[in-house]
Design a protein around this ligand. Structure first.
Ligand SMILES: [Zn+2]
Ligand SMILES: [Zn+2]
Length: 249
């Protein structure tokens, strides 16, 4: 992909909006890109700041503090090369210690996968939209946002950025199913839909397959019914199958 590099801070740190932190630290399900077992609490600069690396989202990987410190002023590729050399010749000093096998194994693939996750446009837009330009003052504040964000994300049956829009999104208003679409200013809700247990279970499963909430699937079915002028399965069942005489067409 092409990466726009205009106005990017290189070689020094900027005060980043909170959404960048949350987007990065919730990738890889909240775990460190390197050891994959500790929760991520720091933004690792893949291309190190000390090496004129960019202080922007596409240069970040989620890391725990010990891994970030251990990696130091190396890219992940350089770290892996050092580690391979260290494993062959432990006394030369390519690295300070051996990576545990669970960390060494699949290292490159894991980093590549997390980079793809971070570069996913829909996911990024969701974080940008939901947190705007808000900036936290202290790290503890960001960590509290992170805790709430992870709780919210785990409450969705589907990740919100993977679900379709209820309406075409205009002017940066989020209208995603499973997300703000439920509170769209022009939306109305039905009070109750009565179903039998079996119907409800089947409907709930269907909504899950569609990546929608039950309410959104109900709305979609109603919309389809209205667009067809009521001429759907509901009414055709009662309508005679006989062809309409030519003069009445
Ligand atoms: Zn780690
Ligand atoms: Zn939303």
């Amino acid at each position: 992909m092409t990466v726009v590099d205009e106005g990017v801070q290189r070689g020094k740190r900027a005060k980043l909006p909170t959404w960048v932190w949350l987007m990065t630290l919730t990738s890889n399900q909240g775990f460190c890109a390197y050891c994959a077992v500790a929760p991520s609490t720091t933004l690792d600069h893949e291309e190190p700041i000390a090496d004129n690396g960019a202080d922007i989202w596409w240069n970040f990987l989620p890391a725990c503090k010990p891994c970030n410190d251990w990696k130091g002023k190396r890219t992940s590729v350089e770290w892996l090369i050092d580690q391979k050399l260290h494993r062959e010749q432990p006394t030369v000093g390519f690295d300070t210690r051996r990576m545990p096998l669970r960390m060494f194994h699949g290292f490159e693939e894991r980093v590549a996968r997390i980079r793809r996750e971070i570069r996913e446009a829909g996911r990024r837009d969701w974080f940008r939209h939901h947190y705007g330009n808000a900036r936290h003052k202290i790290k503890a504040e960001m960590l509290e946002h992170l805790r709430i964000c992870r709780e919210e994300l785990s409450s969705y049956p589907h990740l919100p950025w993977t679900t379709p829009n209820v309406y075409a999104s205009v002017g940066g208003v989020c209208t995603r199913h499973m997300c703000c679409g439920h509170w769209h200013p022009h939306a109305r809700s039905l009070d109750a839909v009565i179903l039998t247990d079996d119907q409800y279970t089947a409907f709930s499963k269907a909504a899950f397959r569609e990546g929608m909430s039950e309410g959104d699937l109900t709305a979609k079915l109603i919309a389809a019914y209205l667009i067809s002028g009521g001429d759907t399965a509901l009414s055709t069942d009662r309508r005679p199958k006989a062809t309409v005489p030519a003069q009445h067409r």
